[in-house]
Unconditional design. Structure first.
Length: 564
């Protein structure tokens, strides 16, 4: 959910240079023809950048499911124009980063004033959209090793149908993020010194109000909730229909993603409660899967009403008639100034359709695609980023929890603060301070328990890992997933500080994508979760098997979704 710490998401980092080189290969998608925009001489892979996978979601398609793109064969597309979806980050995030810096230095957070969102109608200034932000953002990138592409679909690893495919779904709190990752390290990890053995795909999906508006009034007007999930599914179906043209196998697709990306993956596994047949992928690697559970219909409606007010609109039809500038600005205002501490205003919501219940409930009820293979991971301290420094008493803890779980019953609040996470600071409950207590509640309720739900739902036949390279805050593992080699970072908040863990994690992910079993040379065997709830801990000093702390009664309670 945090882009600014430890990620490899840098616009223009690799392969997005408009290379008008007629010698680069083309792919005919039927509706358009695309030429590779660049070729990486070191990694020996092509980048087919900014491929349109859906029609522009504007006008009558704003707040509507993605639609097939129109045919446009008048010219060969070079993919030179970069695009990201309209986005924003909440105001509290800058304070949260300061908290993480203090914690990393061994300083306990210290604040006395509670954070109060200024409100989306405040006079605070909203930054202008970035140069790549546009509503017409439903594009994806395909990175394909030269040898795979030249094989013309015959594949280069254990298949006569094509090579394994990895599809990245980015994080960013469902309000920010983009597809511009640098997969050079992953591609290298998947093969040998000459070429990689997987294809890497990354897509944009709609964010904030444009991707996650929900509520009964909105749906009654014909609005579709969870559009970001619909976009992702549409892109995954594009992969099913087209990846063979790049040398990939549609039956060997692994989706992976962190934070909101990992949470999206859980929603994709449980899509429609498992009632619409097989999902358009075979394997999944959700990393720190998280979202703020939104079950309250009233809260969804209130958020929609606020967006209407911000745009001086009274209906969905009015919203569709607005200019892009108007809806982009309103979204930025609402996310930036209306989000409570730790929240992003928007995200997945129960809609009775794509999301009939919370994924934890669907997994418990067996309502998901049971044929998916899963490797899942989480970090040792997921909650610190989202925990306010003023968490110094049970009262502040209750207030923050109530703001995070809107309309939570008093009985549930009592159970959380009196039974599950009581004010006992001798370490027996996993914390020794009030801040640590609040941190653990966020970690388990929003992130880490989700990994346990997956493992138990799949009969303990998953692979689960724990990233604990200090300080192991949320999102710091993304730099390890996309490690490209070279010098180590000066500190753990800015990048990779342990090359062994980075290489091991990349090997685990790519070997899982290729063979369905995570393996890393020189590293102990990665065993399945099993009845004893074993996870592989990736630490700065060792890589060893430990018992999953999420296998106890606290996660069982959170899975019941008694917070609404």
């Amino acid at each position: 959910m945090l882009k600014s710490l430890g990620t490899a998401i840098v616009v223009g980092m690799v392969g997005v240079v408009a290379a008008q080189n007629a010698s680069l290969p083309t792919v005919d998608l039927g509706y358009e023809i695309y030429r590779a925009s660049a070729f990486n001489e070191t990694g020996r892979f092509y980048n087919f950048s900014n491929i349109r996978y859906a029609a522009p979601p504007v006008g009558e398609l704003r707040f509507a499911p993605p639609a097939s793109p129109e045919e446009n064969r008048t010219a060969v597309q070079s993919g030179g124009a970069g695009r990201i979806c309209p986005q924003a980050e909440p105001a509290w995030l800058s304070s949260a980063v300061d908290v993480l810096i203090d914690l990393a230095l061994g300083v306990q957070p210290n604040a006395t004033t509670a954070y109060v969102p200024p409100g989306a109608n405040s006079s605070s200034q909203v930054l202008a959209p970035g140069p790549l932000e546009t509503e017409d953002c439903l594009f994806l990138d395909v990175y394909v090793p030269e040898q795979i592409f030249n094989s013309n679909g015959t594949g280069s690893y254990n298949s006569t149908n094509g090579s394994a495919v990895m599809v990245w779904i980015y994080g960013g709190g469902y309000a920010a993020g983009d597809k511009y990752t640098n997969p050079a390290g992953l591609l290298a990890a998947s093969g040998n010194s000459s070429f990689g053995d997987v294809i890497h795909v990354a897509m944009n999906y709609r964010l904030g109000a444009l991707g996650w508006t929900a509520g009964p009034g909105y749906q009654a007007e014909g609005g579709v909730s969870n559009l970001g999930l619909h976009d992702q599914r549409f892109a995954l179906e594009w992969v099913q229909n087209n990846i063979h043209l790049f040398g990939g196998d549609k039956d060997r697709v692994t989706i992976f993603g962190e934070s909101a990306g990992g949470g999206s993956i859980m929603h994709q596994i449980t899509a429609y409660g498992g009632e619409k047949g097989p999902v358009p992928f075979q394997q999944a690697v959700p990393q720190s899967p998280g979202w703020q559970p939104m079950s309250s219909q009233l809260a969804q409606q209130n958020t929609y009403d606020k967006f209407l007010n911000l745009t001086n609109s009274s209906s969905l039809a009015d919203l569709r008639a607005l200019t892009s500038e108007q809806v982009i600005r309103a979204n930025a205002q609402q996310v930036l100034y209306d989000s409570s501490y730790g929240g992003y205003t928007y995200g997945p919501a129960i809609d009775g359709n794509f999301v009939p219940l919370q994924p934890g409930q669907l997994l418990a009820q067996g309502r998901f695609d049971k044929n998916v293979k899963v490797m899942v991971g989480h970090n040792a301290d997921e909650g610190a980023l989202f925990t306010p420094a003023y968490s110094k008493s049970t009262e502040t803890l209750r207030n923050h929890t109530a703001a995070s779980f809107i309309n939570i019953p008093e009985q549930s609040l009592d159970y959380i603060t009196d039974v599950l996470y009581p004010a006992v600071f001798d370490g027996s409950y996993g914390y020794t301070t009030e801040f640590g207590r609040a941190d653990l509640i966020t970690s388990e309720s929003v992130f880490t328990c989700n990994t346990n739900y997956l493992s138990t739902a799949f009969g303990n036949k998953t692979y689960s890992y724990l990233f604990s390279v200090p300080p192991a805050f949320h999102s710091l593992d993304v730099a390890y997933t996309y490690y490209t080699g070279g010098a180590l970072a000066a500190n753990a908040l800015t990048g990779v500080v342990n090359r062994t863990v980075a290489i091991a994690l990349q090997d685990f992910i790519t070997s899982f994508a290729i063979n369905g079993v995570p393996e890393a040379k020189g590293i102990r065997k990665f065993d399945m979760y099993g009845a004893n709830a074993q996870v592989l801990e990736l630490n700065a000093t060792s890589i060893e098997e430990v018992t999953d702390s999420n296998s106890g009664p606290r996660c069982k309670w959170w899975q019941l979704a008694l917070y609404s």
